[in-house]
Write a protein that binds this ligand. Structure first.
Ligand code: HEC
Ligand code: HEC
Ligand code: HEC
Ligand code: HEC
Ligand code: HEC
Length: 412
């Protein structure tokens, strides 16, 4: 700095620099409003799509995007409960208004979940990966039927069979198996039992399908121990009308693409962990009174609360990682949709694998420092009991798993 300049002059220069940077700062600013009421919307995400430029509106719905330069900009706004929407802007712009339309809270029980193949027209990677995941076959898992009513395999009546042996079978003949294992039929008809294994419907065969996850508007975090997609614990929005029924909840927060009855994005940050809790945290209803949060209940799926109580579930911990960070890792792709032109090129961190691995040897080996022994069943008897699957025995120092090891239902 120049020694002979007076302090006043220095101050003036500094002030001019601040004023200049502020002027440059507010390249695009404006407000986010509720389209129906005209009221301002606070805490909404405002972004330049796929550009890494993002801010959050203040309580008055105001935002400033300092780094938004260009004559032809698209600016998006997103918030849970609303469709993501966009407006065109020419920078600099001082009073851009972004209007957010609420997703109607309909519950149209006649709605048929889209066939994953239809989503795959545009989301080829996601479809291919999902098809190789446990989610795709959840509805037809014969072991589940062995445990439920003994019909999964010949000889399936040998061990514990819920319908025959459980004290709860009289009060709750279907148990709630279908709330997690066949969610699509259950959405239309809650509390129903698993279907007959010999005549499974299309919906049951979809397993945990695209829309089972991407139509979930809300998960009540005070009811994580309720089984699966239990009414009141998990809310689907199945809106009526072509403009609305396309809703797909996601975490991009800046996807404004809309197409027919298939695709209209809405921001839903619960998808990265609470969604998983719906089916990966479960307590039985020990006195059959419809409340699954009682202390006397027996925990059958513990994974979500194990995670929440670990450093991985604590946003303040350096170890923090969501279920999705570990089970749906980024795989290098830069496009969420390969079919639109021109496609948006995104940060690869925002495109996640839908392979959703758990206890596969590959996942165990690459993710953690574990000692494990994998065996393929060789004797006829072993093939009979575990269907020739790979049996994995693990001895662990839990250095990299976001919950206990093993967790969940372990049958090996
Ligand atoms: C078990 C729940 C689940 C199922 C089933 C599922 N998804 Fe997803 N999907 C997610 C989650 C969670 C994310 C957000 C990942 C993140 O944090 O970025 C996501 C993200 C996406 C995205 C954004 C880009 C990306 O890949 O991250 C698209 C597109 C998508 N899913 C499409 C699909 C389609 C198509 C299917 C069916 C073939 C499907 N999903 C099945 C949970 C699911
Ligand atoms: C005509 C093509 C098309 C079809 C069909 C389609 N999508 Fe999309 N989808 C897109 C595009 C384009 C995007 C936005 C991509 C981007 O912004 O990078 C998108 C984004 C998404 C996202 C991310 C939303 C967010 O805000 O995180 C999800 C989830 C998704 N789609 C699920 C589905 C599901 C489930 C189906 C089937 C019912 C489906 N899509 C059908 C084109 C399509
Ligand atoms: C609607 C219920 C449901 C939701 C929601 C759900 N899952 Fe699952 N998940 C299942 C079922 C059922 C299985 C077992 C499928 C089978 O093997 O038949 C499973 C299997 C898995 C496995 C493999 C377990 C193993 O033993 O290998 C992992 C990992 C997993 N889920 C993670 C997740 C994550 C992460 C989420 C959230 C993004 C999630 N799940 C959301 C029902 C669900
Ligand atoms: C830090 C990474 C990490 C996080 C976070 C994490 N997991 Fe896992 N998870 C793993 C690893 C590694 C395994 C394989 C070891 C094992 O079988 O437990 C695994 C296994 C699983 C399995 C199969 C367990 C079994 O024994 O059958 C399920 C189901 C699962 N995780 C669900 C979840 C859910 C739901 C969440 C969020 C609530 C979550 N995970 C969070 C790393 C993680
Ligand atoms: C709250 C959701 C939920 C409910 C309710 C539920 N399950 Fe499961 N079940 C799961 C999940 C998630 C997995 C796999 C992930 C894991 O290892 O935790 C699983 C795994 C299983 C497996 C092991 C499958 C395999 O291939 O390893 C069997 C068998 C099973 N469940 C039977 C049943 C039966 C029978 C009922 C009803 C009496 C039932 N489940 C109710 C969520 C549920």
């Amino acid at each position: 700095m120049c020694p002979e300049q007076s302090p006043w002059k220095l101050l003036a220069i500094a002030w001019a620099a601040v004023a200049f940077s502020r002027g440059a700062a507010a390249q695009v600013s404006g407000r986010v409003l509720d389209a129906a009421t005209g009221e301002t919307v606070g805490d909404a995400l405002v972004s330049l799509p796929a550009a890494g430029v993002r801010t959050t509106t203040g309580p008055e719905g105001r935002f400033e995007l300092p780094a938004a330069a260009g004559a032809k900009l698209t600016v998006t706004a997103a918030k849970k409960g609303y469709f993501t929407s966009s407006a065109a802007a020419v920078s600099p712009a001082g009073d851009l208004e972004l209007r957010l339309e609420r997703v109607p809270p309909d519950d149209d029980r006649t709605y048929r979940f889209r066939d994953p193949e239809a989503c795959g027209l545009c989301h080829q990677d996601q479809l291919a990966q999902w098809k190789g995941s446990p989610m795709a076959v959840a509805g037809e898992n014969t072991w589940v039927y062995d445990l439920y009513d003994g019909t999964g395999t010949a000889g399936g009546l040998g061990g514990f069979v819920y319908k025959r042996d459980s004290a709860h079978a009289a009060a709750s003949p279907g148990s709630d198996c279908a709330a997690c294992h066949q969610p699509e039929p259950w959405v239309r008809e809650p509390l129903r039992a698993l279907e007959d294994l010999r005549s499974l419907s299309e919906e049951a065969l979809h397993g945990v399908s695209c829309e089972v996850c991407h139509k979930v508007a809300d998960v009540d975090e005070t009811k994580v121990s309720f089984p699966g997609i239990y009414p009141g614990a998990v809310t689907f929005t199945l809106p009526r009308g072509p403009d609305y029924r396309a809703v797909q909840y996601g975490v991009l927060g800046d996807a404004d693409f809309q197409y027919s009855i298939f695709m209209r994005a809405s921001y839903q940050p619960q998808l990265t962990a609470l969604l998983c809790a719906a089916c990966h945290q479960d307590v039985n209803d020990h006195d059959d009174d419809g409340d699954f949060e009682e202390e006397e209940g027996v925990v059958s799926e513990p994974t979500y609360l194990e995670w929440l109580e670990s450093p991985y579930g604590d946003p303040a911990s350096p170890l923090h990682a969501t279920c999705v960070d570990c089970h749906m890792p980024a795989y290098g792709a830069r496009q969420a949709c390969t079919a639109i032109l021109p496609p948006l090129t995104r940060d690869p961190e925002t495109i996640r694998s839908h392979r959703i691995e758990g206890t596969t040897p590959a996942f165990l080996e690459s993710s953690v420092d574990l000692a494990l022994r994998a065996e393929v069943a060789e004797t006829a008897e072993a093939v009979e009991t575990n269907g020739g699957r790979i049996e994995v025995r693990v001895s662990v120092t839990n250095s990299g798993t976001g919950h206990h090891v093993p967790t969940g239902v372990t049958i090996t």
